[in-house]
Structures are given as C-alpha cells and as structure tokens.
Design a binder for this molecule. Structure first.
Ligand code: FE
Length: 262
C-alpha cells in the first residue's frame, strides 16, 4: 500500500497509475466523500488543519481574520511562512485559486511575500519557534505541529487562530483542511491485507489515535477528540473536495513562482 500525507501527493500517485481501486464499502461509510478520490484510488485517513498562529504579546485575535488578510500591508515585516516547495502550501494556494480565482490569489500571495519578516522556513516547527522567539508575529502551519510542541512545552508562547470563519463570501470559506491517506498499489501482493489495514485505519480505534496520539483530526464523524484538540475550540472547515489540491497543484506552483514565493 501507499501511505502518505497530503491529497496533492495521493492525487499524483493516482494520476501516475500507481494505484488500484480500493473497493471498500467500509471505508466509503467511514470516510466522507470529500476526503476520498472520486475514482476510488485513495482515501483520506486523518485531517490536518492548516491555520494561522500568532504571538499573543503583539497580536490580538481581533486583528486576525483570513489567510488573504495576511497580505495586508499592516503585516509588513511581521509574517513568517514555510517554503512554497512544501506540498502543504501548494495545496493551500490551490484551494485559494478555487475560491478566489487565479488573479486575486496571485495578488494575495504577492502580498504575503511582501510581508515576510524572515526568509521562508524549511518546516512548520521552525516557523512556530520563530513566532515564539519574537522573529515574527503571525504565520501559517498545520495544527498538529503546534500540538506536538505544546505537549512538550505547555507554556509555548504562541496561540492558534481559525481563519475564514466569517458569515459570507470568501471570508466564510472555512479553515483549509487536508488529509493524510492511503491507497493500494497496482502490483500489490496482498491486496486483501492492504484493504483490511486501510479499513482498520478508518475504524473508531485508529481514528481516535490520530486525534489523541498524533494531534490530527479524525476524518470519521463522531470520534471523541483529545482534550488538547477540544481546547482549540470548534471551527468551520473548508468544504472543498481535497482532490482539487492535486488538480490545481500545477497552477499553484507556477503562481507561487510568479509571486516570488520561494
Ligand atoms: Fe506534516
């Protein structure tokens, strides 16, 4: 089987003919359609929220609103981002192209680049640590990296914010969520075993582990979240079908390049 992060990666594997259909009614029952490939080649197994983090000593949550707002000149010299080479940011920008169109998205990404406080970071953890160190005031990262830092250091001086929770239009698109997931490779020796493992990963037991052990969110509804996840509060998530992150990946990469996002 092929087990990886990001719908962009799963979609590419499907496009390149590496996977065979999952054919599992159990997975189809456990995992909502928007987290699975339309052609049944892969399924999401955990949800990851890519959201905004801030330094509460310098920023009030009322200063924050949307991913697009981070392009506003009020954040000049205050924003930190991970590299555009990471698929997570390619998927985020792909989702923005879907919501805003290409022209407006390019304007936003150019604004982000203009607001950078430091060169782009190689990973989300370093970016979060830069906020804690006072190098920047706001940034974008996946929430489980934050959760893993908090587990080691409950006093970590960075706060989480859920963007795009507005009432209408592009302010209301919700938090960008992506998946980790799996598919069965075309030449698998043990197709039945692979399917059973993927089915188990979609079960209540494994879904609970994604939430408590890994600090991600379950894809399956009705799973009890950990205390830490509950403490971050509920949020409206972007309802976009995650396959879009793969379909628009090429456009996103070119757009970020044009915008000077490295
Ligand atoms: Fe990650």
């Amino acid at each position: 089987m092929f087990l990886t992060v990001d719908a962009g990666n799963l979609w590419q594997a499907g496009e390149q003919g590496l996977l065979q259909p999952l054919q599992s009614t159990l997975v189809n029952t456990n995992v909502p359609q928007k987290y699975r490939a339309d052609n049944d080649l892969w399924t999401g197994l955990s949800l990851r929220a890519r959201t905004i983090f801030y330094d509460p000593a310098k920023v009030a949550p009322t200063d924050l609103s949307t991913y697009a707002d981070l392009a506003d000149p009020k954040w000049r010299g205050k924003l930190c981002l991970r590299t555009a080479k990471k698929v997570y940011n390619q998927s985020l920008v792909a989702s923005m192209i879907e919501h805003y169109g290409e022209e407006k998205t390019e304007e936003i990404v150019k604004g982000w680049v203009a607001n950078l406080a430091a060169p782009v970071f190689s990973n989300d953890t370093k970016m979060l640590e830069a906020i804690a160190a006072g190098q920047c005031e706001v940034g974008i990262a996946n929430s489980y990296y934050y959760g893993r830092i908090l587990e080691e250091n409950p006093d970590f001086p960075v706060k989480i914010f859920w963007p795009n929770q507005g009432a209408n239009g592009t302010d209301a698109t919700g938090v960008h969520v992506n998946v980790s997931g799996a598919g069965i490779v075309k030449n698998a020796d043990n197709v039945v075993g692979a399917r059973q493992l993927i089915e188990w990963l979609s079960s209540d037991t494994a879904q609970g582990e994604y939430a408590s052990g890994d600090k991600e969110y379950p894809v399956k509804a009705g799973i009890d979240e950990s205390d830490m996840l509950r403490s971050w509060g509920p949020f409206k998530q972007d309802d976009i079908n995650v396959s879009v992150f793969g379909q628009r990946q090429g456009e996103a990469v070119k757009l970020m390049d044009r915008a000077g996002y490295e």
